[in-house]
Design a binder for this molecule. Sequence first.
Ligand code: T1G
Length: 697
Amino acid sequence: MSEVVSYNREGAIGVITVNYPPVNALGHAVRTGLLEALKQGQTDSDAKALLLVCDGRTFVAGADIREFGKPMQEPALGTVIDTFEDSDKPVVAAIHGTALGGGLELALGCHYRIALASAKVGLPEVKLGLLPGAGGTQRLPRLTGARKALEMITTGEFVKAEAALEAGIIDAVAQGDNIRTVGLEYAAKLVDEDKPVRRVRDINDKITADRGSEVFKEFRKGLASKARGLFSPFKCVDAVEAAFTLPFEEGKKRERELFMECMESPQRDGLVHAFFAEREVSKVPGLAKDTPVRDVASVGIIGAGTMGGGIAMNFANAGIPVTIVDVKQEALDKGLGVIRKNYENSAKKGRITPAQVEERMALITTSLSYDAFKDVDLVIEAVFENMDIKKQIFSQLDKVCKPGAILASNTSTLDIDEIASATSRPEDVVGMHFFSPANVMKLLENVRGSKTSDEVKATVMAVAKKIGKVGVMVGNCYGFVGNRMLHRRGAEATALVNEGASPQQVDKVLTDLGFPMGQFAMSDLAGIDVGYSIRKERRKAGEDIPANWMDTLAEEGRLGQKTMAGVYKYEEGNRKPVVDPKVDELIAGFRKEQGIEPRDITDQEILERCMYVMVNEGAKILEEGIAARALDIDIVWIYGYGFPAYRGGPMFWADQVGVKTIYDTVKRFHDTVGGDQWKPSALLAKLAGEDKKFGDL
Ligand code: T1G
């Protein structure tokens, strides 16, 4: 018997137990062990029914994603599942935790399914660029009908036990919390009632009912916008549709073909990379796994503005009391009003209940005095980007906050060490850079100062997890990781418009690559005055920042969405950017003033100049140790800026484009466009020279 799957009998029930931490994934050993255990159950004449149950935290959570891309080893999962379904003894799947992907497909190959009330089921393969490839697209619709199956398979969303019972996916929701006990009781009852084997493949009433339904056309239409640029969701519809047009065995063959098309797609590569990278970033190289973590049971926020309010919501959502301090009562009242409106909007959409709105609002208090911070475990400063003001605030915090309190700044670009120098406890000072809107965007850049202690680093990474953020530990430099690369892209995009491209042409290249919005639509959202004032500050400090057409827009009062006009114009109550001919005139006037003769610029040049400058900067960030690994940069961009996860992030995408191609182009632009941003990174040169990838680091 394999050590990951065991067989034993309890009374008249043969019990097959999977024990393969952390999530009982269906690796080769598990698949082999399942067949062996099933055979034992078949030949055990005293076993009248069989029970499939898992040890550990969850029922089978899917195929073993780590095996993807490697040669498949027999027995294939589909074979294992068909063998369970062929059993002439009833097999019961007892589900706790999450039965996902191949795990749910295995349960659908069983004859009955029971779940704990806390359990969830799902077919999330689409989130990995795949589709259920072990019969799920053929069996699920036989239980739920076309619509529910399409919903689950094209979104990958998890379904709670009660809803799964209602949908016909499972047969019972068990009270109690011991899955083995409830499973045994359920199986014993089947035997007492002499319940027959009931194979899902033979249940066809819902197939007959939905055959020829319009729902497939409806889903394809809906996906055209929702799943723009994605490959596998459309294949999911094709696979489910096969259950309604082909006999079961043919349908499974069709599913297999479609599954292999998805498996071979570069999007599967990107999404699987993103899946593991999102988990890897919480393991910070050089930070011991058992580093002590301080308890963060209460939080203070300075600044009741958009960022401060959004940050406060994250903690209230996690049940952590938070106090917001600002200098004026009306700022506090306004800030609280925005928070309440956000919660009430979520309640209107059914995301939270009205009671939860009140619970969360009750966790947020305000004050005009820093004395409110004297007992908090963590303070996050979220005022505007001015170093003098931040240093004043931190020296006050240093006096008021208790020893061991962590003092964090939400600064998006400024020097954490300089901020820390305003305190007597630099080891307790750290950056916690949230992304706007802070209560929505999942990324949290945790910025370590040169003196930040390991305990504080470990604590802010744990806080990220606690408030449902993806925390990435980054080093301290101008713009850290995300904004440092964004500024390079922004400068190139702006220069391209100076030289002859239109803003909408540049934005379209970026949205065609898969970004949710282009560079200039994003500028309109953030506010053109933000960049304008940074450029003014840096010119005042004597830096040579060339004039650019966006200064003209700012000086014309076109600040973006907030003034209903920026790079684009906006209709009342509509955030959709509309091309404004006036802007083309302003740009033409600017070029004339500057003596620039506009030239036609190809989409390819725009793509290369906007994206390769980011890759080159990312390579410099790695060289300087500002990011520990290329995957950290990928996660920053996927969760902070909407980089399409199916492309794996900028550095993974660079590997797919080819490091040598990018390096040669960077060198060419260094000669033709010039500027520090095109100085080739030494690491990029090295990888190109050795024919290596960022993924090899
Ligand atoms: N394969 C391999 N490792 C996995 C895994 C999987 N399917 N799922 C999780 N892990 C690892 C994960 O990398 C981490 O490792 C640890 O388990 C804990 O995960 C034929 C082909 C189950 C909801 O897509 O959604 O079946 O970092 O940190 O927050 O049709 O993991 O500890 O070393 O996420 O409690 C379909 C993916 C596969 C489910 C648990 N299944 N997993 O969340 O823990 S494709 C999925 C999850 C498939 C078939 C097709 C979550 C979770 P480490 P975690 P968690």
